[in-house]
Each structure stands twice: as structure tokens, then as C-alpha cells.
Design a protein around this ligand. Sequence first.
Ligand code: DC
Length: 212
Amino acid sequence: MIIAIDGPAASGKGTLGKRLAHHYGYRHLDTGVIYRAVAKAMLDAGADLTDETRAVAAALELDPEKFGDPVLKTQRVGDAASVVSAIAEVRRVLVNFQRQFAADPPGAVLDGRDIGTVICPDADVKIFVLADPKVRARRRTLEAKARGEDADEAEVLADILKRDERDRNRAASPLKPAADAYLLDNSQLDIEGGVRAAIEIVEAVRAGRQPV
Ligand code: DC
């Protein structure tokens, strides 16, 4: 089974993807990390983030062994990822890696922006995670502070809104729910509540029921 989870920045889709994969014994791929790794390579090289030739070269040289680098999680790299991920050719060279990951047994959960629409249009279950931008900003600020980083909630909110705008309005694979995705608004839910709601959706789809 393939489960596609999409949603905007800081919606909690990554944590949800990880938890769902654990619940079902599937593998998990946070596809944002791929774009973040390309962005980090560009930043490290001092390259212009919109330089298509260099970005494609960075995408072709990706080393999945480095996807765990904590620097990839920073806001600076996330912002840069939002820019490089708008380059259609960068997305194109990363499609096969993602599809291969999804196809390998026993099953997989992929989270990102275009999993249900472009990468795995035939996914068995598609969930589009939403949350009020103010709630996302609050959560992200608390997480940053818990890691000992300095974070200003108003700045985090501005960053989230800017990223949403860029991810939604780009020509290449924009962020949008697939027509057959189930919407999960977790503004009022904690992590456990979100995981329960997602499992409920998966179980309903498996049983041929309409999720409530
Ligand atoms: O989910 P995230 O914050 O780690 O993603 C970082 C950026 O990468 C995001 O702003 C847009 C891009 N991205 C994408 O274009 N497609 C994906 N499937 C995942 C992420």
C-alpha cells in the first residue's frame, strides 16, 4: 500500500508520515528533505539558487545517506528549498527516486507537496494535511525554542505565509490537494489526535467505507 501525505509547510505532515509508517510497518520518505538537500548543496557552494544547471547537477549528485543532517531542518535551508523546488527540471530528475521508494515492498508513506498529484497519482490513500497558519507558526516556534534556537513567532508566521504562497503558485507541481485526497485539518488536534484521524481515514479507505 502507498500512502501519500501532502500539505503546506509546518503542517505536521512529516511527523504524521513517520507515525503512520511506524503504525503500518511501512517505510517513510519525507520528500522535503530531498529538496532541502539540493538547497543545502547550493548554499554550501555559494550558488545562485535559481541557477538551473547547478541545481540540476546538485539534484543528480544527492546522497540519501546525508538526509539525516540536522542542518537540513533549519529555516534558512527550508526557504532555499522552496526556491530550488520551483525549478521544473530539478523536480523531474527527482521523480524516479521517489517513485522507486514508493514501489519497494512492503509499502510506503511519502509526504510532501505533490505526492498525491504527481509522484504517486495512484496512491491507495491520499491525505492532505491543513492547519491554520497561525497555529503552524506557534508550533514551529515552540519546536525551535525546544531545540534551543532563537525564534520569533511573527517572523516564523511571515516565513510560512511566504512559503505557502510560493509553493502554491509555482508552475511546476504546485501545492494542492489531489481531487481524491481526504482533507485533515489538525488546527485543533494534537499529534496523537492527528495520527488517530489519519489512521481512521486509512482504515475507512481500506474497508471501502467513506471516511467521516
Ligand atoms: O516540507 P518541507 O518544509 O521540508 O519542504 C521544504 C520545501 O521543499 C518546500 O517549501 C517546498 C519543497 N517541496 C516540494 O516542492 N515538494 C515536495 N514534495 C516536498 C517539498
